[in-house]
Design a protein around this ligand. Structure first.
Ligand code: DAT
Ligand code: MG
Length: 149
């Protein structure tokens, strides 16, 4: 089963949306296998968002993501990377479909509540930035047989 990295950004934590975001993924049937509340250092934030280093919004993005605690998580399930991206909605919340996390909870592109890996390669990279193998708990939910054929 595929793994993906999901983070609730400082705006989501400040606005009390941790539970709602987690509920959506739990209700969908994805399995939480790692989680921590943490501050990102500048160094970690720049590494995580390395692909955007040349963008005009890079400094603002790093400033924002380090401005308060985030919740870093790893979720597992069938096609988890693309399914979670779909549940997050488009980067610009005003373009995100209603029913998605960003579509329902956000307005501004710079305050879009969640980060999620955009490919299986970035998922592997991001998971290894935030978690050691030991911190990932591969448990077997009893309801598994009611979720997967
Ligand atoms: P996503 O978070 O959907 O993967 P991304 O990787 O293109 O989007 O960008 C990372 C974050 O950077 C995004 O969540 C919000 C911010 N961002 C992207 N484009 C932006 C823009 N044009 N202006 C301001 N912030 C932007
Ligand atoms: Mg991205």
């Amino acid at each position: 089963m595929e793994r993906t990295f999901l983070a609730i950004k400082p705006d989501g934590v400040q606005r009390g949306l941790i539970g709602k975001v987690i509920s959506r993924l739990e209700e969908k049937g994805f399995k939480l296998i790692a989680m921590k509340l943490m501050y990102l250092t500048n160094e970690l934030a720049e590494k995580h968002y390395g692909e955007h280093k040349s963008k005009p919004f890079f400094n603002g993005l790093v400033g924002f993501i380090t401005s308060g605690p985030i919740v870093a998580m790893v979720w597992q399930g069938k096609d988890a990377v693309s399914a979670v991206r779909k549940m997050m909605g488009k980067t610009n919340p005003l373009e995100a479909e209603i029913g998605t996390i960003r579509g329902d909870f956000a307005i501004d592109i710079g305050r879009n509540v969640v980060h999620g890996s955009d490919s299986s390669e970035s998922a592997k990279r991001e998971i290894s930035i935030f978690f050691t193998e030991k911190e990932i708990i591969d448990w077997k939910p009893e309801i598994q047989k009611w979720l997967y054929e």
